[in-house]
Ligand binder design. Structure first.
Ligand code: B12
Length: 146
């Protein structure tokens, strides 16, 4: 079954090239992509995930304000009762920094995976396939034992 993913650039960020490339790569890999485009709010991500019964939400941020823009994001997802895999990627901090610290920060925020701006879309797709397949297996397991 085709898996639906929500993709967008969060906050006031207007960098569109990265998500355009990601959308093409994800579509070519067989995912059903709902691209919210740039300058998307947290509510737009959550509402789109709900409306499209999405399996994953992919957040992009390039302009350095991802920490502020993603504050409370996972709380909103939980409040909406959504069980989605969440990824974030791009230029997630202002200026040069230790990416492992950035990764750790966003992991603590609730993102399942955190990608830097050097990420090859194919690597993100491989991770997504693995994570979503694992979720399906877990769900099937739950159904059988229920
Ligand atoms: C083009 C560009 C612009 C254009 C954007 C045009 C447009 N509509 O897209 C313009 C001139 C408008 C612009 C404006 C600004 N920009 Co600018 N911009 C760039 C630039 C040169 C290239 C970005 C780009 O298109 N890259 C090519 C694409 C293919 O790569 P990408 O975006 O990184 O995406 C890839 C990966 O990051 C990754 N990825 C991205 N998101 C996600 C999400 C997930 C889930 C995954 C898995 C992977 C992933 O996969 C993508 C595909 O390979 C970068 C510098 C750079 N070399 O990256 C600065 C840069 C991003 N901009 C920057 C800044 C500061 C700004 C401004 C704030 C400047 C200002 N003071 O006005 C504004 C912000 C305006 C706004 N509201 O967004 C900074 C951000 C600094 C930071 N984070 O610390 C950068 C890094 C430049 C710099 N070195 O300072 N910018």
């Amino acid at each position: 079954m085709t898996k639906t993913v929500i993709l967008g650039v969060i906050g006031s960020d207007a960098h569109v090239v990265g998500i355009t490339i990601l959308e093409q790569a994800l579509s070519a890999a067989g995912f059903d992509v709902v691209n919210l485009g740039v300058q998307s709010s947290q509510s737009e991500f959550v509402e789109a995930a709900e409306a499209n019964d999405a399996e994953a939400v992919l957040v992009s941020s390039l302009y350095g304000h991802a920490k502020q823009d993603c504050e409370g994001f996972h709380q909103r997802i939980a409040e909406a009762g959504l069980d989605v895999t969440t990824y974030i990627g791009g230029n997630l901090a202002v200026g040069q920094d230790d990416f492992e610290e950035t990764r750790s920060f966003f992991r603590k925020m609730g993102f399942d995976r955190v990608f830097d701006s050097e990420t090859d879309p194919e690597d993100a797709i491989a991770s997504l396939r693995a994570d979503l397949d694992m979720r399906s297996t877990e769900r099937e397991g739950q159904t059988v034992s229920a």
